[in-house]
Design a protein around this ligand. Sequence first.
Ligand SMILES: [Zn+2]
Length: 128
Amino acid sequence: MLKKGSKLNSILTGTCPKCQNESMYEDKNPLHLTKVLKMNENCSHCGLHYQIEPSFFYGAMYVSYGLNVAVGVAAFIISFLFIGSTLKTAFISIIVALIVSFPFVLRLARNIYINMFVSYDPNFKEKK
Ligand SMILES: [Zn+2]
């Protein structure tokens, strides 16, 4: 399913949106919280500059806002409707879900955001 060249692959793995040959992040693991937003400046394969313009990734905040709403709604539906917990527990599970998903949402938002602007290029030139 995660074919190289699909936007989904870049979004889920955090690889360079243009060549998908390497991670955009210094540390691949989003659970290393001090480095969750530390990105390399350029892709060492195709030379893509990730921060397309100054404060480019501020726009990703809107994406993460949408993702947070989705996570909250999903947590509520699962605990309230499927597990049958009380309303109070359901709201607590929303908060827990938001905290747990926070580092993943942060990165996912950036990955989605940059993929809205940069597309995979199978003929990218290998940077020498
Ligand atoms: Zn690249």
